[in-house]
Design a protein around this ligand. Structure first.
Ligand SMILES: [Zn+2]
Length: 399
């Protein structure tokens, strides 16, 4: 089901254009709408009136005008449209209900007991049921559901083509959910969704060439070029996790050796920490695990780093080195304006970014040095779920 099927009012191209322009500008008068679209002022007036009647647009006071009558400004009603955004992560699902400005109205998280596609699918329906119920209690109408998950996703048809961690291939996830709820459903890879959400609502606002890297149990990136999400010819663009950073490195889930993901994912870092404690390298960190190296997890590692533990800090610095190497190569190819880092790494990102920036400066093409902003995402841990919701906004505002 397409988004416009649930929003018949926007089916008309001019109407949709006007609505998109008002949203993009934040506040604009009828005369400027006519100037910017080339449509006749009477057409603008008629469309604006109908958008106001439907509660999608409102008048928002007078705007500035040096001479003559001050124009009445228009803005969209952010409470008029709500969508659901779902981030399916490796160990949990995060689901939110947001309005047109991506303000989170409701949020819930559910743990996944395993990584199978069956469990993920079952819990996706659980969170949607819950959010639709909450939306009903609030008397808000849901216009669509956006879904983000790991793997290679056919974002045109909403098919999970390949998700190695869930051992899933060719699963038409979006179609099944859309038919079940009779709502438009859009689906994409989680890093792609994060990039899109950041461009609309986060630290990537207004940036046309943007790279967003998601570092968690796996590593991926979303690429936005000239304002559009770039998925590649086979929906697999942005797989920065499988860029080689160590020629004789460990075996990766993809079958290659020394991929970024095999040395810098959360799991890889914790594994390295366990190994080095078993070699007797750090008594202090060992004490924090109750003298059991295998008890080390990301939370203990993070606490240790915050306490200044040298092994924990060294391991995070190595993450910065490897991310920096992969990023320098990627930047040389894409020449982005900004690079945003998000995902489960966020709580320790300030301990990773300095080394990462240092390596990028040392390794990237000279003309890029110190010109590319490398920062954390602006939407924090909600970045992927907001990005998933943004998949629906993309349909709505760029039909
Ligand atoms: Zn790999």
């Amino acid at each position: 089901m397409h988004i416009l099927d649930s929003l018949p009012l926007l089916r008309d191209a001019n109407r949709s254009w006007i609505f998109s322009l008002i949203r993009a500008k934040g506040s604009i008068c009828r005369a400027d709408l006519a100037r910017q679209t080339g449509l006749h002022p009477s057409t603008i007036s008629r469309i604006v009136s109908s958008l106001m009647e439907e509660g999608l647009v409102r008048e928002n006071g007078e705007g500035p005008n040096a001479r003559g009558r001050k124009p009445i400004m228009l803005s969209v009603v952010k409470e008029a449209i709500h969508v659901v955004g779902i981030a399916v992560e490796s160990t949990f699902i995060s689901a939110i209900l947001v309005n047109l400005e991506a303000e989170v109205i409701e949020k819930l998280e559910i743990k996944l007991c395993d990584q199978t596609m069956e469990t993920a699918t079952k819990e996706i329906y659980t969170v949607i049921d819950d959010l639709l119920k909450r939306a009903e209690d609030r008397a808000v109408v849901i216009y669509g559901i956006g879904l983000a998950m790991h793997g290679i996703i056919d974002n045109d048809e909403g098919i999970c083509l390949f998700a190695p961690a869930r051992r899933a291939e060719e699963v038409p996830v979006a179609k099944a959910i859309s038919e079940h709820y009779q709502l438009p459903v859009r689906m994409d890879n989680n890093a792609n969704a994060m990039a899109l959400g950041e461009r609309w609502f986060g630290n990537g606002k207004g940036i046309d060439n943007l790279l967003a890297i998601k570092v968690g149990q796996s590593i991926g990136s979303g690429v936005i070029l000239r304002g559009q999400l770039f998925s590649g010819s086979h929906y697999s663009a942005g797989e920065i996790g499988h860029v080689n950073v160590l020629s004789d490195g460990p075996l990766c889930t993809c079958g290659n050796y020394g991929c970024l993901e095999s040395v810098a994912s959360i799991e890889a870092v914790v594994s390295k920490g366990r190994l080095r404690m078993k070699r007797g390298e750090d008594r202090e960190l060992l004490a924090l695990t109750g003298n059991d190296p295998d008890a080390l997890n990301f939370e203990i590692l993070r606490n240790a780093a915050e306490l200044g533990n040298s092994l924990a800090l060294h391991l995070l610095s190595e993450v910065g080195t490897h991310l920096g190497l992969a990023l320098a190569n990627t930047m040389n190819i894409l020449d982005p304006t900004a690079v945003l880092i998000g995902g489960e790494i966020l709580p320790v990102i300030d301990l990773v970014l300095p080394k990462m920036r240092e390596i990028v400066t040392a390794r990237s093409f000279r003309i890029l040095k110190n010109k590319v902003v490398i920062e954390k995402v602006g939407l924090g841990q909600d970045a992927v779920a907001v990005g998933a919701a943004t998949l629906i906004f993309e349909d709505l505002f760029q039909p």
